[in-house]
Structures are given as C-alpha cells and as structure tokens.
Design a protein around this ligand. Structure first.
Ligand SMILES: [Zn+2]
Length: 142
C-alpha cells in the first residue's frame, strides 16, 4: 500500500490507533475492521450487525480489502484483535482484569495497596468516542 493511502487511513483517526487511541508512529498497522477471515465473521453475523446503528453491513463480503474497511491500528491492538470482530475483541479485552484478579498474585497485591485502580466502566474504543463515532459511521456508509 503506498504512502499517500496510508496517510489517508492514518488521518481518519487523527493519527491515533482506531481502538486504544494511542498516537501512532510510522510503523502503524493497517487493520481490517471486518476481519479478512470470512469464515469467522459469517459465523458471527449477528454480532457483526450490531456494529452498525442501522443494522446493515455496507461492505460487500467479496470486497474485504475495500479501503473503507482499513483502519489504522497500533501493532499491539492489531495482533490482539487478530481475526476477531470488534464485539469479540471488546470481550477479549474486557476479560483481562478478571483473569488478572483470578490468577495474578502480584496484580492483586498492587490492587490491595491502591497502586492499581480498577474501573468498572464499560470499554469504549477510540473510534466510539464522541468525535470519532460520526467519522466512523460516515466512512462505512460512504
Ligand atoms: Zn491500539
């Protein structure tokens, strides 16, 4: 993918990771918002539909590499999301604290001594913030 296309994609989210919102450097990844593994997302079609307010997926299944489906991501979020739909990615991240509390004694120690504050707010991706959600909606409906 050439540099100017990468810049257009990066600028869609103000140069930040589409998911965590971290400032991206030049080594950012291009993530398929709807994963390339079609088998996986057909299986999760209901979850996929929830992603859009109007309930319609604007991207043709045969056109997964459509630029509208490409979002900028930091390497960490891109690897973690892997072939997951956003809904499953959210679930996977949401489970992290529970697993740490269950299995990680050092984490529990840090919590006990108020070195870590656990938020009970639901996870909001960067693209879901007040400014970005309209941009996101426009891109996928253009
Ligand atoms: Zn990220």
């Amino acid at each position: 993918m050439n540099k100017s296309v990468r810049k257009i994609i990066k600028d869609r989210s103000n140069g930040r990771c589409y998911y965590c919102g971290e400032q991206l450097d030049r080594l950012f990844h291009m993530d398929h918002f709807f994963p390339k593994n079609k088998k996986h997302w057909l299986k999760n079609e209901k979850l996929m539909m929830k992603t859009f307010e109007n309930g319609n997926c604007p991207i043709n299944l045969t056109d997964i590499d459509d630029l509208r489906n490409m979002v900028p991501s930091c390497p960490r979020c891109n690897f973690w999301k892997s072939t997951l739909l956003v809904s499953a990615f959210r679930g996977s991240i949401s489970n992290i604290v529970g697993k740490l509390l269950k299995y990680n004694n050092k984490f529990n120690m840090a919590v006990s001594y108020n070195m870590v504050h656990i938020s009970h707010d639901s996870l909001v991706f960067y693209f879901e913030n007040d400014e970005m959600k309209y941009k996101h909606y426009e891109i996928f409906n253009s």
